[in-house]
Design a protein around this ligand. Sequence first.
Ligand code: ES4
Ligand code: ZN
Length: 346
Amino acid sequence: EHMHNFLKELPKCEHHVHLEGTLEPSLLFNLAKRNNIELPSHFPPTVEACNDRYNRFADLQDFLDHYYIGMSVLIKEADFYDLAMEYFAKAHADGCLHSEVFFDPQGHVERGISIDTVVEGFDRACKEANTKFGTTNKLIMCLLRHLPASSGLETIQGAHKYYESGIIHGLGLDSSEKPFPPHLFTECYKTLKDKFPQVGLTAHAGEEGDHTFVTNSLDLLNVTRIDHGVNSQHSEELLERLSANKTLLSLCPLSNVKLQVVKDVSELPIDLFFNKNVPFSINSDDPAYFGGYILDNYLTVHTRFGFNGHQWKQIALNGINGSWCDEDRKTELRRLVDEVHNKYKH
Ligand code: ES4
Ligand code: ZN
Protein backbone atom coordinates (compact mmCIF):
# COMPACT_ATOMS: atom_id res chain seq x y z
CA GLU A 1 0.00 0.00 0.00
CA HIS A 2 2.84 2.39 0.98
CA MET A 3 4.83 1.32 -2.09
CA HIS A 4 1.72 1.51 -4.29
CA ASN A 5 1.16 5.15 -3.26
CA PHE A 6 4.87 5.92 -3.72
CA LEU A 7 4.97 4.44 -7.22
CA LYS A 8 1.74 6.20 -8.17
CA GLU A 9 3.01 9.58 -6.97
CA LEU A 10 6.54 9.07 -8.29
CA PRO A 11 6.80 11.34 -11.35
CA LYS A 12 6.92 9.00 -14.34
CA CYS A 13 7.81 9.49 -18.00
CA GLU A 14 6.33 7.33 -20.73
CA HIS A 15 8.55 6.71 -23.77
CA HIS A 16 6.81 3.76 -25.35
CA VAL A 17 3.10 3.89 -25.97
CA HIS A 18 1.38 3.54 -29.35
CA LEU A 19 -1.65 5.84 -29.39
CA GLU A 20 -3.47 3.31 -31.59
CA GLY A 21 -2.64 0.75 -28.90
CA THR A 22 -4.58 2.80 -26.31
CA LEU A 23 -7.86 2.13 -28.16
CA GLU A 24 -10.00 0.53 -25.47
CA PRO A 25 -12.68 -1.89 -26.75
CA SER A 26 -15.39 0.47 -25.41
CA LEU A 27 -14.12 3.39 -27.53
CA LEU A 28 -13.46 1.02 -30.45
CA PHE A 29 -17.14 -0.02 -30.55
CA ASN A 30 -18.36 3.56 -29.99
CA LEU A 31 -16.29 4.84 -32.90
CA ALA A 32 -17.30 1.92 -35.13
CA LYS A 33 -20.91 2.94 -34.52
CA ARG A 34 -20.26 6.68 -34.91
CA ASN A 35 -18.47 6.09 -38.23
CA ASN A 36 -20.63 3.25 -39.56
CA ILE A 37 -17.69 0.88 -39.74
CA GLU A 38 -18.44 -2.82 -39.99
CA LEU A 39 -15.74 -4.86 -38.26
CA PRO A 40 -14.73 -8.18 -39.87
CA SER A 41 -16.87 -11.10 -38.72
CA HIS A 42 -13.90 -12.81 -37.01
CA PHE A 43 -13.22 -9.75 -34.78
CA PRO A 44 -14.42 -10.22 -31.17
CA PRO A 45 -17.97 -8.77 -31.15
CA THR A 46 -18.17 -7.35 -27.60
CA VAL A 47 -15.97 -5.61 -25.03
CA GLU A 48 -15.85 -8.85 -23.02
CA ALA A 49 -14.96 -10.96 -26.08
CA CYS A 50 -12.17 -8.47 -26.93
CA ASN A 51 -10.69 -8.60 -23.46
CA ASP A 52 -10.83 -12.39 -23.54
CA ARG A 53 -9.18 -12.62 -26.97
CA TYR A 54 -6.57 -9.98 -26.05
CA ASN A 55 -5.51 -12.25 -23.19
CA ARG A 56 -4.35 -14.97 -25.57
CA PHE A 57 -2.13 -13.41 -28.23
CA ALA A 58 0.20 -16.06 -29.63
CA ASP A 59 2.93 -13.58 -30.59
CA LEU A 60 3.59 -10.09 -31.96
CA GLN A 61 1.98 -10.83 -35.35
CA ASP A 62 -1.21 -12.20 -33.77
CA PHE A 63 -1.51 -8.95 -31.77
CA LEU A 64 -0.75 -6.77 -34.82
CA ASP A 65 -3.58 -8.44 -36.76
CA HIS A 66 -6.04 -7.18 -34.09
CA TYR A 67 -4.30 -3.80 -33.77
CA TYR A 68 -4.71 -2.99 -37.49
CA ILE A 69 -8.39 -3.98 -37.44
CA GLY A 70 -8.89 -1.86 -34.31
CA MET A 71 -7.44 1.27 -35.89
CA SER A 72 -9.86 0.97 -38.84
CA VAL A 73 -12.55 2.73 -36.74
CA LEU A 74 -10.45 5.94 -36.61
CA ILE A 75 -11.71 8.21 -39.39
CA LYS A 76 -12.15 11.83 -38.35
CA GLU A 77 -9.89 14.35 -36.63
CA ALA A 78 -12.16 14.14 -33.58
CA ASP A 79 -11.62 10.35 -33.40
CA PHE A 80 -7.85 10.79 -33.16
CA TYR A 81 -8.36 13.58 -30.60
CA ASP A 82 -10.75 11.47 -28.48
CA LEU A 83 -8.39 8.49 -28.57
CA ALA A 84 -5.39 10.53 -27.42
CA MET A 85 -7.36 12.46 -24.76
CA GLU A 86 -8.59 9.21 -23.24
CA TYR A 87 -4.96 8.06 -23.01
CA PHE A 88 -3.67 11.35 -21.56
CA ALA A 89 -6.36 11.29 -18.85
CA LYS A 90 -5.33 7.73 -17.86
CA ALA A 91 -1.62 8.61 -17.92
CA HIS A 92 -2.27 11.64 -15.71
CA ALA A 93 -4.29 9.53 -13.26
CA ASP A 94 -1.29 7.14 -13.08
CA GLY A 95 1.17 9.93 -12.18
CA CYS A 96 2.78 10.12 -15.61
CA LEU A 97 3.97 13.72 -16.09
CA HIS A 98 5.67 13.47 -19.49
CA SER A 99 4.60 11.26 -22.41
CA GLU A 100 6.34 10.68 -25.72
CA VAL A 101 3.76 8.90 -27.82
CA PHE A 102 4.02 6.88 -31.02
CA PHE A 103 1.57 6.85 -33.87
CA ASP A 104 1.46 4.95 -37.18
CA PRO A 105 0.40 7.28 -40.02
CA GLN A 106 0.84 4.62 -42.69
CA GLY A 107 -1.88 2.52 -41.02
CA HIS A 108 -4.27 5.41 -41.65
CA VAL A 109 -3.02 6.84 -44.96
CA GLU A 110 -3.36 3.40 -46.60
CA ARG A 111 -7.09 3.53 -45.64
CA GLY A 112 -7.52 6.92 -47.27
CA ILE A 113 -7.21 9.04 -44.11
CA SER A 114 -4.90 12.02 -44.63
CA ILE A 115 -1.88 12.43 -42.37
CA ASP A 116 -3.18 15.93 -41.57
CA THR A 117 -6.36 14.48 -40.01
CA VAL A 118 -4.25 12.15 -37.87
CA VAL A 119 -1.63 14.67 -36.74
CA GLU A 120 -4.06 17.54 -36.17
CA GLY A 121 -6.25 15.40 -33.90
CA PHE A 122 -3.28 14.03 -31.92
CA ASP A 123 -1.60 17.46 -31.68
CA ARG A 124 -4.82 19.09 -30.43
CA ALA A 125 -4.99 16.43 -27.69
CA CYS A 126 -1.33 16.97 -26.72
CA LYS A 127 -1.98 20.69 -26.26
CA GLU A 128 -5.30 20.17 -24.46
CA ALA A 129 -3.66 17.65 -22.07
CA ASN A 130 -0.91 20.18 -21.33
CA THR A 131 -3.51 22.85 -20.49
CA LYS A 132 -5.81 20.55 -18.52
CA PHE A 133 -3.29 18.33 -16.68
CA GLY A 134 0.02 20.24 -16.93
CA THR A 135 1.66 17.21 -18.54
CA THR A 136 4.18 17.61 -21.35
CA ASN A 137 3.72 15.48 -24.45
CA LYS A 138 5.64 14.77 -27.63
CA LEU A 139 4.62 12.98 -30.83
CA ILE A 140 6.89 10.36 -32.38
CA MET A 141 5.94 9.22 -35.88
CA CYS A 142 6.65 5.55 -36.53
CA LEU A 143 7.28 3.84 -39.83
CA LEU A 144 5.78 0.40 -40.37
CA ARG A 145 8.67 -1.92 -41.14
CA HIS A 146 6.50 -4.39 -43.09
CA LEU A 147 6.02 -1.65 -45.72
CA PRO A 148 8.83 -0.76 -48.16
CA ALA A 149 11.31 2.03 -47.44
CA SER A 150 9.82 3.95 -50.40
CA SER A 151 6.54 4.20 -48.45
CA GLY A 152 8.55 5.34 -45.42
CA LEU A 153 10.19 8.07 -47.48
CA GLU A 154 6.80 9.25 -48.78
CA THR A 155 5.49 9.31 -45.21
CA ILE A 156 8.46 11.41 -44.08
CA GLN A 157 7.75 13.76 -46.99
CA GLY A 158 4.09 13.97 -45.98
CA ALA A 159 5.08 14.87 -42.42
CA HIS A 160 7.67 17.48 -43.45
CA LYS A 161 5.75 20.52 -42.22
CA TYR A 162 5.08 18.90 -38.84
CA TYR A 163 8.78 18.24 -38.24
CA GLU A 164 9.54 21.78 -39.37
CA SER A 165 7.08 23.26 -36.86
CA GLY A 166 8.08 20.86 -34.07
CA ILE A 167 4.58 19.35 -33.88
CA ILE A 168 6.23 15.97 -34.48
CA HIS A 169 9.41 15.54 -32.48
CA GLY A 170 10.75 12.07 -33.29
CA LEU A 171 10.93 9.10 -35.62
CA GLY A 172 10.48 5.45 -34.66
CA LEU A 173 10.16 2.08 -36.36
CA ASP A 174 7.58 -0.52 -35.39
CA SER A 175 5.46 -3.49 -36.54
CA SER A 176 6.76 -6.97 -37.37
CA GLU A 177 10.45 -6.93 -36.40
CA LYS A 178 12.26 -10.12 -37.35
CA PRO A 179 11.58 -10.25 -41.13
CA PHE A 180 12.37 -6.52 -41.54
CA PRO A 181 15.80 -5.68 -40.10
CA PRO A 182 17.00 -2.10 -39.44
CA HIS A 183 19.24 -1.75 -42.51
CA LEU A 184 16.14 -1.53 -44.73
CA PHE A 185 15.41 1.91 -43.24
CA THR A 186 18.87 3.50 -43.28
CA GLU A 187 17.88 6.00 -45.98
CA CYS A 188 14.62 6.97 -44.24
CA TYR A 189 16.44 7.84 -41.01
CA LYS A 190 19.28 9.65 -42.80
CA THR A 191 16.92 11.71 -44.97
CA LEU A 192 14.98 12.98 -41.96
CA LYS A 193 18.04 13.59 -39.74
CA ASP A 194 19.85 15.51 -42.51
CA LYS A 195 16.85 17.83 -42.91
CA PHE A 196 15.97 18.16 -39.21
CA PRO A 197 19.08 17.62 -37.05
CA GLN A 198 17.13 18.23 -33.82
CA VAL A 199 14.79 15.25 -34.44
CA GLY A 200 14.84 12.41 -31.88
CA LEU A 201 15.52 8.98 -33.35
CA THR A 202 14.45 5.64 -31.89
CA ALA A 203 13.50 2.18 -33.19
CA HIS A 204 11.90 -1.00 -31.91
CA ALA A 205 14.70 -3.57 -31.68
CA GLY A 206 15.49 -6.69 -29.67
CA GLU A 207 11.90 -7.58 -28.82
CA GLU A 208 11.67 -10.61 -31.11
CA GLY A 209 14.89 -9.89 -33.02
CA ASP A 210 18.28 -10.76 -31.49
CA HIS A 211 20.89 -8.32 -30.10
CA THR A 212 22.29 -7.57 -33.59
CA PHE A 213 19.00 -5.75 -34.33
CA VAL A 214 19.85 -3.38 -31.47
CA THR A 215 23.47 -2.87 -32.56
CA ASN A 216 22.44 -2.34 -36.18
CA SER A 217 19.77 0.20 -35.14
CA LEU A 218 22.51 2.16 -33.33
CA ASP A 219 25.07 1.83 -36.16
CA LEU A 220 22.85 2.22 -39.23
CA LEU A 221 19.90 4.32 -38.06
CA ASN A 222 21.83 6.47 -35.54
CA VAL A 223 19.09 6.10 -32.96
CA THR A 224 19.74 7.43 -29.44
CA ARG A 225 17.07 5.26 -27.84
CA ILE A 226 15.94 1.63 -28.26
CA ASP A 227 12.34 0.47 -27.86
CA HIS A 228 12.26 -2.85 -25.94
CA GLY A 229 15.91 -3.88 -26.41
CA VAL A 230 15.37 -6.88 -24.13
CA ASN A 231 17.67 -9.11 -26.19
CA SER A 232 20.58 -6.73 -25.56
CA GLN A 233 21.01 -8.98 -22.51
CA HIS A 234 22.82 -11.53 -24.69
CA SER A 235 25.75 -9.27 -25.66
CA GLU A 236 28.19 -8.10 -23.00
CA GLU A 237 29.76 -5.66 -25.46
CA LEU A 238 26.37 -4.13 -26.31
CA LEU A 239 25.44 -3.76 -22.63
CA GLU A 240 28.66 -1.83 -22.07
CA ARG A 241 27.96 0.37 -25.06
CA LEU A 242 24.40 1.16 -23.92
CA SER A 243 25.68 2.01 -20.45
CA ALA A 244 28.63 4.14 -21.69
CA ASN A 245 26.43 6.11 -24.11
CA LYS A 246 23.45 6.29 -21.71
CA THR A 247 21.18 4.88 -24.40
CA LEU A 248 17.71 4.47 -22.90
CA LEU A 249 15.86 1.18 -23.35
CA SER A 250 12.09 1.70 -23.24
CA LEU A 251 10.96 -1.56 -21.62
CA CYS A 252 7.36 -2.80 -21.70
CA PRO A 253 7.05 -5.61 -19.14
CA LEU A 254 3.33 -6.44 -19.45
CA SER A 255 3.58 -6.34 -23.25
CA ASN A 256 6.44 -8.86 -23.16
CA VAL A 257 4.27 -11.25 -21.14
CA LYS A 258 1.13 -10.79 -23.26
CA LEU A 259 3.08 -11.34 -26.51
CA GLN A 260 4.87 -14.33 -24.96
CA VAL A 261 8.37 -12.87 -25.20
CA VAL A 262 8.65 -14.17 -21.60
CA LYS A 263 6.31 -16.25 -19.41
CA ASP A 264 6.59 -13.87 -16.46
CA VAL A 265 7.96 -10.37 -15.78
CA SER A 266 10.47 -11.96 -13.38
CA GLU A 267 12.26 -13.48 -16.42
CA LEU A 268 13.06 -10.03 -17.86
CA PRO A 269 16.69 -8.88 -17.40
CA ILE A 270 15.64 -5.80 -15.43
CA ASP A 271 18.04 -6.43 -12.55
CA LEU A 272 20.86 -7.07 -15.05
CA PHE A 273 20.18 -3.72 -16.78
CA PHE A 274 20.00 -1.96 -13.41
CA ASN A 275 23.23 -3.50 -12.11
CA LYS A 276 25.11 -2.79 -15.36
CA ASN A 277 23.88 0.83 -15.40
CA VAL A 278 21.98 0.39 -18.63
CA PRO A 279 19.32 3.10 -18.37
CA PHE A 280 15.74 1.95 -18.92
CA SER A 281 12.21 3.24 -18.52
CA ILE A 282 9.07 1.21 -17.81
CA ASN A 283 6.25 1.68 -20.29
CA SER A 284 2.85 0.47 -21.40
CA ASP A 285 3.26 -0.19 -25.19
CA ASP A 286 -0.35 -1.03 -26.19
CA PRO A 287 -2.18 -0.78 -22.87
CA ALA A 288 -5.72 -1.32 -24.23
CA TYR A 289 -4.55 -4.64 -25.68
CA PHE A 290 -2.15 -5.75 -22.92
CA GLY A 291 -4.32 -5.01 -19.91
CA GLY A 292 -2.33 -2.34 -18.09
CA TYR A 293 -1.16 1.27 -18.21
CA ILE A 294 2.14 2.67 -16.93
CA LEU A 295 1.42 2.29 -13.20
CA ASP A 296 0.41 -1.36 -13.65
CA ASN A 297 3.76 -1.93 -15.35
CA TYR A 298 5.65 -0.23 -12.47
CA LEU A 299 3.70 -2.23 -9.87
CA THR A 300 4.32 -5.54 -11.66
CA VAL A 301 8.05 -4.80 -11.87
CA HIS A 302 7.98 -3.96 -8.16
CA THR A 303 6.33 -7.23 -7.18
CA ARG A 304 8.93 -9.19 -9.18
CA PHE A 305 12.13 -7.23 -8.47
CA GLY A 306 11.37 -5.43 -5.20
CA PHE A 307 13.45 -2.30 -5.83
CA ASN A 308 13.84 0.01 -2.82
CA GLY A 309 13.01 3.71 -2.74
CA HIS A 310 16.53 4.77 -3.77
CA GLN A 311 16.51 2.39 -6.72
CA TRP A 312 13.07 3.59 -7.86
CA LYS A 313 14.28 7.18 -7.62
CA GLN A 314 17.24 6.26 -9.86
CA ILE A 315 14.90 4.58 -12.38
CA ALA A 316 12.67 7.68 -12.44
CA LEU A 317 15.70 9.96 -12.91
CA ASN A 318 17.08 7.76 -15.71
CA GLY A 319 13.73 8.14 -17.49
CA ILE A 320 13.90 11.92 -17.15
CA ASN A 321 17.50 12.02 -18.41
CA GLY A 322 16.54 9.95 -21.45
CA SER A 323 13.50 12.10 -22.26
CA TRP A 324 13.30 14.50 -25.18
CA CYS A 325 11.78 17.42 -23.26
CA ASP A 326 13.77 20.64 -22.71
CA GLU A 327 16.26 21.07 -19.86
CA ASP A 328 13.95 23.33 -17.82
CA ARG A 329 11.27 20.66 -17.83
CA LYS A 330 13.84 18.01 -16.86
CA THR A 331 14.96 20.17 -13.93
CA GLU A 332 11.34 20.53 -12.83
CA LEU A 333 10.70 16.78 -13.11
CA ARG A 334 13.88 15.96 -11.12
CA ARG A 335 12.75 18.32 -8.36
CA LEU A 336 9.35 16.59 -8.24
CA VAL A 337 11.04 13.17 -8.00
CA ASP A 338 13.11 14.44 -5.09
CA GLU A 339 9.99 15.75 -3.36
CA VAL A 340 8.11 12.46 -3.62
CA HIS A 341 11.20 10.46 -2.62
CA ASN A 342 11.63 12.59 0.52
CA LYS A 343 7.94 12.32 1.38
CA TYR A 344 8.05 8.50 1.31
CA LYS A 345 11.57 8.04 2.73
CA HIS A 346 10.38 6.90 6.15
C1 ES4 B 1 3.89 -2.84 -31.30
CL1 ES4 B 1 4.56 -4.33 -29.16
C2 ES4 B 1 4.82 -3.72 -30.74
N1 ES4 B 1 5.88 -4.12 -31.43
C3 ES4 B 1 6.04 -3.67 -32.67
N2 ES4 B 1 5.20 -2.82 -33.26
C4 ES4 B 1 4.12 -2.42 -32.59
N3 ES4 B 1 3.13 -1.58 -32.93
C5 ES4 B 1 2.30 -1.48 -31.90
N4 ES4 B 1 2.76 -2.25 -30.90
ZN1 ZN C 1 5.94 -0.86 -29.17
